[in-house]
Design a protein around this ligand. Structure first.
Ligand SMILES: [Zn+2]
Length: 289
């Protein structure tokens, strides 16, 4: 991905130094201290690759000293995440600028969402959430919530190809914001209330549409030469492996196919590709079928 650090977005709300709600602290793992985000990522990697990634970090001789259970949130920690903050800012601004362009063509105005950076736990208008929930969008306050610990680990394991996977996650969440602005989210909410039995299929359609919207944004980055073929491949893998929904499923343990509420990996990549191929909202009518 071709991007340059350009400062912190006005739409980023940095709450990393304030402990949200219960003040959840990270967890110790075989003598190492990893964040909750890291824990979840290791869990997913182990699951996706059928390999125990926990073993990689736990076999560290000489680390038998007690862990500083809750190391204070230091300025150094913030500094180490600086590049991540700049990256999130770049992607967030780019995604939102793209929608600011596209929505008026549909006769709608775009309103910026905020992105809240947090550690461990956070309070949102949708309730309190922990990092283990994964990145999420709250329609009630129009904010995306993200713990950077999640991206740190992802970047370390996947290197550069992971960059667009991160971008995809943000674009998917902003996709949910676009659904709110278009009134789709509210419509689905009402349909769910009046017909609870249809709740799951509706949820699938909502998620697949957010993937498609992420693809619409990816199309515009392709046109501007910000991404290339390999980025697209990494996004397609990300669509299948690291969507917010997978994370939530991992966290809640709802991984059985019977309780599939977010669409299969194939559906998710298919809809991302639909958006990417066409670059238009009209390609994203996941409710039509
Ligand atoms: Zn989603």
């Amino acid at each position: 991905m071709d991007w340059k650090p350009g400062g912190v977005s006005d739409d980023v709300e940095d709450r990393r130094s304030s402990t949200g709600g219960g003040g959840f602290s990270g967890m110790g793992m075989g003598g190492r201290h990893i964040g909750v985000g890291g824990f979840i990522v290791l869990l997913i990697l182990s699951w996706v690759f059928h390999r125990d990634f926990f073993a990689l970090i736990s076999g560290d001789p000489g680390s038998d000293q007690p862990i500083a259970a809750t190391s204070p949130r230091t300025a150094a920690q913030d500094a180490a995440e600086e590049k991540g903050v700049q990256f999130v800012s770049f992607v967030l601004d780019d995604v939102q600028a793209t929608w600011q362009n596209l929505l008026p063509q549909e006769g709608r105005q775009y309103r910026h969402a905020k992105l809240v950076l947090f550690r461990d736990a956070v309070d949102s208008a949708c309730g309190q959430a922990e990092s283990a929930t994964g990145p999420f969008y709250c329609p009630d306050d129009e904010k995306v919530y993200l713990d950077l610990g999640f991206f740190d680990e992802l970047r370390r394991r996947f290197g550069a190809p992971g960059e667009f996977a991160q971008a995809y996650v943000i674009a998917h969440e902003i996709g949910h914001h676009v659904q709110k602005l278009l009134g789709i989210e509210g419509q689905v909410r009402r349909m769910r209330a009046s017909n609870p039995a249809a709740s799951n299929p509706l949820s699938v359609r909502l998620e697949l549409q957010a993937d498609c919207f992420a693809g619409v944004w990816a199309k515009s980055t392709e046109q501007r030469k910000i991404i290339d073929e390999s980025d697209v491949e990494s996004a397609l893998r990300a669509a299948a492996a690291v969507g917010d929904d997978r994370l939530q499923k991992m966290a809640t343990g709802h991984v059985s196919p019977e309780s599939f509420t977010h669409g299969s990996s194939r559906e998710r990549t298919q809809w991302f590709q639909n958006g990417l191929t066409s670059g238009h909202l009209s390609a994203c009518d996941t409710f039509a079928r």
